[in-house]
Design a protein around this ligand. Sequence first.
Ligand code: HEC
Length: 156
Amino acid sequence: MKRRFFGAIFATLAAAMLLGVAASAQNAAVPAGNGADIPGLGEIMTLQQLRHIKLWFAGRAGNWPLADYEVGELNEGFEDVNKLLGGDTVEKMVGAPIKALQKAIDDKNRAAFMTAFDSLSAGCNDCHHTLDHAFIVIQRPSLLPYSDQVFEPQKQ
Ligand code: HEC
């Protein structure tokens, strides 16, 4: 009985320590005093990264309804970024590539999609450069981490 009790205390302490480590790792990712670190921006970017990956695999598979959905989500994410940043940075960096992507998707044009996708990634990187985060570099994804989602086109 006593052993089990101490076991439970030990497990709780270990969990608390793990949480502490996770929390400090998160804090370390957001250096204080950097003008470009706007609360919430990092979180939106994590979602943008997910959509960027899904968009690629949807377009590559020729799944245009899914690609259309993902580019819409990306666009909404950038609208939120725009509210946080103000000015015209978002439009300047990714406005044209997003429009080109939307057109390629509407036209179901895979080659145009791929070109537009690469200019979007270049836009992501231009902005990271401009806002002091040049070390965050985006490229075409090579691996689909979402094995629980089907990217092949479905019969509508
Ligand atoms: C308007 C400028 C801007 C654009 C456009 C932009 N980013 Fe970012 N991104 C940032 C900034 C600034 C940060 C750093 C945010 C922070 O931590 O405060 C960032 C951070 C990130 C991160 C790091 C998040 C993390 O916690 O690991 C990823 C990944 C990322 N961006 C992906 C993208 C992708 C993908 C695109 C394009 C589809 C993109 N970004 C477009 C400004 C931008």
